[in-house]
Ligand binder design. Sequence first.
Ligand code: PAF
Length: 284
Amino acid sequence: MTMPSTLISIADLQARRQAWDSDGAKVAFVPTMGALHQGHLSLVKQARNLADRVIVSIFVNPTQFGPGEDLSKYPRTLSADLELLARENVEAVFLPSDATMYPDGFQTYVHGKGMALQLEGSSRKHHFEGVLTVVLKLFNLVQPHVAIFGKKDYQQWRLIEQMVADLNLPIKIIGGETLRDSDGLAMSSRNRYLSEGERQLAPFIYQGLLAAKAGFAAGERSPEVLIASCRNVIEQHQDFVVDYIELRQRRNLLPCGTSVAEASVMLVAVRLGTTRLIDNMEMD
Ligand code: PAF
């Protein structure tokens, strides 16, 4: 097992990137904040199948965390992450510092409108500004041909597709399917915050989404009814505090109107104790 090269500075990254260009290599990129799990690794496997070289970034991006969010306690598991990436034959891992990404005087941000201001963007005010800014910077530095994002963060994935289209970036964006534990809980680095009791309850988010999907499959097209069927399952358990449960058009994440006529997705955000969890399911 060969450990991936760890590239710390922008100069290291650029030198490696130029060498790959000279080889005519196709480059796939998986941006992460570390604390890797099988969900991330499935994105890396997809990357492996799409390109000659795979590069992963690990950077806990401070600008996408709001005041009082979990930046300081976000899990950091670098040596385990590097071993997992070695097993997937990842060639390089970019590990920039905060000062590398946001040097003194940094002041330019990507501010999405429309789709960026709703759902997660409404609950977490500057979240997507931080995400889009860091992803654009990473794209400019890594210059990948293709980049893979998990559909677990559905809105993030759609916003990045939109940014790439709007700003004419020559990068193909791929959405990787959500991986779930055997009881249906979507894999997430934040699941490790859950107490044992909360971990037992967390799969009811998936059960709620399945209830809505079953309703849809049976012909129900009222967003209100479909949302209520998901909500009823989740709210049976008083420990959940629902932030939102929404049925949106997949294309633009706008509400579906009074009857679902287009490809849609149900998106859920809840709090369980001090942990905020999100999940989603495409209705088809
Ligand atoms: O999904 C994540 O882990 C982060 O939001 C990302 C895309 C790596 C940007 O920091």
